[in-house]
Design a protein around this ligand. Structure first.
Ligand SMILES: Nc1ncnc2c1ncn2[C@@H]1O[C@H](COP(=O)(O)OP(=O)(O)OP(=O)(O)O)[C@@H](O)[C@H]1O
Ligand SMILES: [Mg+2]
Length: 189
């Protein structure tokens, strides 16, 4: 199957999940994440903020801020097709629903940071493979981010178990992640 059809298939499968299943499995994944040495040893963590039925990261963000971690979230710049990195200090008061339906920092709370400070990056995807390759929404946003020279962080794919397959098609510019955490296991490609 090509990337476009895979995108459609896994998007539909994820949309078919019930909200309580999303919440329950997300909690398992986050509980697993915060037990890892990568989490414990990182003081500055970038995470996506879930939308639609992505693995929920809101409670992770609250927990990590409370645990004295610096949290960096992406702002999608549609014109340059790049992610802007912004430090978030309060999950409950600094975000708004952007025109694309994603939660992003309000203008007054945009605090741009450089990619070199990141130690851990939580990467979303529609589907991963066992090698760490991924297919996202198709903007190449995470491929571009992970190819930046200054970024040396450990990269962790966050996904439900059904979103992991043996092998996906990949292009030269696709960037794989170092680890994947699902509700059933941690994968080290
Ligand atoms: N490092 C890069 N620099 C410039 N363009 C890139 C880079 N990496 C990927 N792209 C472009 O991004 C586009 C989309 O890539 P792809 O289909 O792999 O998206 P994706 O990985 O599903 O999306 P995303 O990373 O946003 O989740 C491609 O047309 C590709 O040319
Ligand atoms: Mg890609």
């Amino acid at each position: 199957m090509n990337k476009k059809d895979l995108r459609k298939k896994y998007h539909q499968m994820r949309q078919a999940m019930k909200k309580d299943e999303v919440m329950m499995k997300s909690k398992i994944i986050i509980d697993r994440l915060i037990e890892t040495t990568w989490y414990k040893q990182s003081s500055c963590i970038m995470t996506y903020i879930d939308f639609k039925n992505e693995v929920v990261t809101g409670n992770f963000i609250r927990y990590a801020l409370n645990d004295n971690k610096r949290i960096i979230v992406p702002i999608t710049d549609m014109s340059s097709k790049k992610l802007i990195l912004s430090e978030l200090k309060d999950f409950d008061n600094e975000l708004y629903i952007s025109s694309y339906g994603m939660l992003e920092p309000k203008k007054d709370y945009v605090r741009e940071v450089s990619g070199e400070i990141l130690e851990l990056i939580l990467v979303p995807a529609l589907v991963y493979d066992e090698r760490g390759y991924r297919i996202g929404y198709g903007g190449g946003y995470y491929d571009k981010l992970l190819s930046r020279q200054e970024i040396t962080a450990i990269t962790v794919g966050i996904a439900f178990e059904f979103q992991v397959v043996d092998r996906l098609p990949e292009d030269d510019y696709d960037k794989e992640v170092d680890y994947i955490i699902t509700d059933e296991r941690i994968i080290k490609p």
